[in-house]
Design a binder for this molecule. Structure first.
Ligand SMILES: C[S@@+](CC[C@H](N)C(=O)[O-])C[C@H]1O[C@@H](n2cnc3c(N)ncnc32)[C@H](O)[C@@H]1O
Length: 512
């Protein structure tokens, strides 16, 4: 196995003292911290660790291996939907079962742990200085390390703790607690909080406990509650609070009916656009998801607000080389840009800020009536969105703007099954002229999904799972190619985010 660049860099971080005899412990220190009890005969030379691991422990051969060159599909962003903060559940009282203990003590498993620790140690300095790919690597390796070292029943306990955290956040959100805690360090006592929301102090204290122990909230020196950077995101004015409500509805609430949904509709992917788990769960199966959301103005407003989260988390610009592709002809009276399902115009705003040339051309946001009405009003102030046209339209039926240079669809096709996504693309194709391009901006899952023998990055898998409720799915490039084919479109280019978020843009043109 060849020495990788990273392993060469590790020499400065990881030091290995030669054992006097083969059976004596080898002392390994990572950043000056000694890793104890590693026997010489169990620790192969660095470069051979994986080969040995695979030989000693066949299970390790298929374990997800830490890739030293950054894996662009490994978006994690420090979020782990299934594995709770390892500090939440203490294993101090746990007696590991013999099977777990044996398997975790094999040379293969130890090597894997050491690999993970090396990964963390080698990246931690850069991660703390704001290097995003390094931060992702450290977060991914730390979570995996916790998952590998934790006995199975701790894993289950952590899962239950996660459920409790989610439930407690929901109750506090409903009571407006996150808005009542001041954002300075002073905090608020449970007694004061209870008085403000008309609750009993005892129940406020119990719910607070799960949120302070999971570090969602913080405790002041005199036992009051104060904000953490995470809980600040849960104040009602924050897009993340709206996103939490959305995820709670689409994952937790929908899970109540999901087993019976599959009993009724068959054990298969929802076809949609109506009769999807989310509309079945609200007792409106005949509605499409967005019809159901749009029936309630406040719900629609919160949905649009939640969409603001993804603008911060996954890139909008910087992937597609618009400045190279766009010429002055494109902005000369012609519609340059149609943001199909563009919501409140938050994404178009980013593009116009980044590429002033777009401000010269005609830009149109097409969305449902109530959404464009709000967007038009919100965009009225300020220079960047001046001149943007807001057009009501239903992409399931027709794209009302014809012959534009670009049709841009961000986070649209993922809301739908393959047959519905193909229908939407076919409607876009009908509106296009020969030189039009379609830019689909979405998560690009690894081809083959989780069926390649290597698990999908958890973040990607969780996003895909969360789309199930509304009848949607995340796709790989192959899957995009297939729905494009069905709509008479050909993939012309693929532009992946270089920062490892897994997001990308697929460019389509009219097929032959
Ligand atoms: C998931 S959001 C994506 C918003 C935005 N493109 C973004 O990336 O944040 C889906 C958008 O599609 C709009 N939409 C849903 N159904 C639609 C339809 N039939 N015709 C037009 N727009 C629709 C919604 O109102 C919403 O703004």
């Amino acid at each position: 196995m060849a020495t990788t660049q990273t392993e060469t860099r590790l020499v400065g971080v990881l030091s290995r003292e030669k054992a006097a005899t083969e059976k004596e412990p080898v002392r390994i220190s990572i950043c000056g911290i000694e890793v104890p009890s590693v026997c010489a005969d169990k620790v192969p030379p660095l470069n051979d660790m994986w080969r040995t691991a695979e030989k000693d422990d066949p299970a390790a051969a298929v374990a997800p291996r830490i890739t030293h060159d950054f894996d662009p599909t490994a978006e994690f962003k420090g979020v782990d939907a299934n594995i709770a903060n390892p500090s939440v559940v203490s294993s101090s009282t746990y007696t590991p079962s013999p099977n777990w203990a044996n398997s975790s003590q094999t040379a293969g498993a130890q090597s894997h742990l050491i690999d993970l620790a090396q990964e963390i140690a080698s990246q931690v300095t850069e991660a703390t200085y704001g290097n995003e790919p390094a931060r992702l690597k450290v977060a991914t390796a730390a979570l995996e390390l916790a998952a590998v070292i934790r006995p199975p029943s701790d894993t289950m306990m952590a899962l239950f703790a996660n459920m409790s955290i989610v439930s407690a956040i929901r109750v506090f959100q409903h009571w407006g607690v996150f808005d009542l805690i001041s954002s300075d360090l002073e905090g608020i006592t449970c007694c004061e909080l209870a008085r403000n929301i008309g609750a009993e102090e005892g129940i406020v204290a119990r719910i607070s406990n799960i949120l302070t122990s999971s570090r969602i909230l913080s405790l002041t020196a005199d036992g009051g509650l104060s904000h953490t950077p995470t809980s600040l995101l849960l104040r009602s004015s924050e897009p993340m609070a709206a996103m939490f409500e959305l995820m709670y509805t689409n994952i937790v609430q929908v899970s109540f009916i999901l087993p019976s949904y599959f009993d009724t509709y068959g054990r298969k992917e929802p076809v949609g656009p109506s009769h999807v788990p989310a509309t079945v769960s609200t007792g409106e199966p005949e509605l499409e998801y967005f019809e159901s959301v749009a029936r309630n103005e406040e719900r629609m407003r919160r949905f649009t607000k939640a969409m603001g989260v993804s603008v911060g988390r996954v890139p909008v610009t910087g992937m597609y080389p618009l400045e190279r592709v766009l010429s002055t002809d494109d902005t000369d009276g012609r519609v340059t840009w149609v943001d199909v399902g563009g919501g409140g115009g938050h994404v178009l705003r980013r593009f116009r800020e980044e590429y002033p040339v777009l401000r010269k051309g005609r830009c149109v946001v097409v969305d449902l009536g109530c959404v464009v009405d709000e967007g038009r009003v919100a965009a009225a102030s300020g220079e960047v969105m001046k001149g943007v046209e807001w057009v009501e339209g239903d992409f399931m039926r027709e794209i009302p703007v014809k012959g534009a240079r670009f049709y841009y669809l961000r986070h649209i096709l993922r809301d739908y099954s393959d047959s519905v996504a193909t229908l939407i693309l076919r409607n876009v194709a009908r509106a296009m002229s020969r030189d039009s391009r379609v830019l689909v901006s979405e998560q690009l899952n690894p081809d083959g999904g989780g069926r390649t023998g290597r698990p999908m990055p958890l973040y990607a898998a969780f996003k895909d799972y969360s789309m199930l409720a509304i009848g949607g799915k995340e796709r790989s490039l192959d899957q995009f190619r297939r729905i494009g084919d069905g709509a008479g479109l050909r993939v012309e280019g693929v532009y992946r985010d270089s920062k490892g978020t897994g997001h990308g843009i697929v460019e389509f043109v009219l097929g032959s």
